[in-house]
Design a protein. Structure first.
Length: 209
C-alpha cells in the first residue's frame, strides 16, 4: 500500500516552525528551539492574561469600596439624626406598663410596629443596630464601656448589659453601644483584659471606643 500525505501538511508545518523561530520582538530568546520558543511564548501570554485579570479584580474592589464610602458619607449625617427617634421609641417601649389595659396595649403595639418599621428601614440602607447581650466579648470598635460591675455569671471584661444600643453603617461605627462591663474577678473564669482595678458596683471605666 502506498502512503499518502496531505500536500498542505508540510507547508503548514514549515510555516509554523518558521514563525516560531522568527518569534516576536518581545518574544523568547533566540537560542531556544522551535517547540521551546512556542511554549515560552505561550507562558508569556498566560502570565499577561493572569496579571490583567488580577488588575481587573483590584479595580473592581477599589470601585466598590469607593462607592460604599460615598454612599455612607451621603447618609451618615441623616442617619445620626434618626438615631434620636429610634432611642425615643425604645425608651417609650421600656417605660410602657406590662399590664396595660386595652387602650394602652393598642398604643404599645403601635410603638412596636413603628420601631420595627424604622429598624427595617435602617437595615435596608446599611444601618445596623448594635445591642450586645450579656457575656458577649467587648469590642472597642463597637462598644463604649460606661461602668463596670461584679457578676457571678459573666466573666470579667465581658459585657454585662447594654445601656443604649449603638449603630454601624457599612461596617463603620456611627455610634458605639453604651455598655456595662463585668468587673475583674467576675464569673467562673475571672480576669479583666482592660486591666481595671477591682472596684464596687458602678466603678468608673475610662476606656472609650
Amino acid at each position: 500500500m502506498t502512503d499518502t500525505q496531505d500536500p498542505n501538511y508540510d507547508a503548514e508545518l514549515d510555516e509554523a516552525l518558521a514563525n516560531a523561530e522568527a518569534g516576536l520582538d518581545s518574544g523568547p530568546a533566540d537560542d531556544l528551539g522551535p517547540l521551546d520558543a512556542m511554549i515560552a511564548e505561550r507562558d508569556q501570554w498566560k502570565d499577561r492574561a493572569m496579571r490583567a485579570a488580577a488588575e481587573a479584580d483590584n479595580v473592581k474592589r477599589r470601585t466598590e469600596t469607593q462607592m460604599n464610602d460615598a454612599r455612607a458619607f451621603a447618609i451618615q449625617r441623616f442617619a445620626k439624626d434618626l438615631l434620636g427617634v429610634a432611642d425615643n421609641l425604645e425608651r417609650a417601649l421600656m417605660a410602657a406598663p406590662k399590664d396595660a389595659d386595652a387602650g394602652e396595649a393598642g398604643l404599645v403595639t403601635g410603638l412596636e410596629l413603628t420601631q420595627k418599621s424604622l429598624l427595617q428601614a435602617f437595615e435596608t440602607n446599611g444601618l445596623k443596630r448594635v445591642a450586645p447581650g450579656p457575656g458577649e466579648t467587648f469590642d472597642p470598635h463597637l462598644h463604649q464601656a460606661m461602668m463596670e460591675q461584679p457578676s457571678a455569671e459573666v466573666p470579667g471584661g465581658s459585657i454585662l448589659v447594654t445601656m443604649q444600643a449603638g449603630y454601624e453603617l457599612f461596617g463603620r461605627t456611627v455610634r458605639p453601644a453604651m455598655v456595662v462591663v463585668a468587673a475583674k474577678g467576675s464569673g467562673p473564669q475571672g480576669g479583666n483584659p482592660y486591666g481595671a482595678a477591682p472596684g464596687g458596683i458602678g466603678g468608673s471605666f475610662d476606656g472609650k471606643a
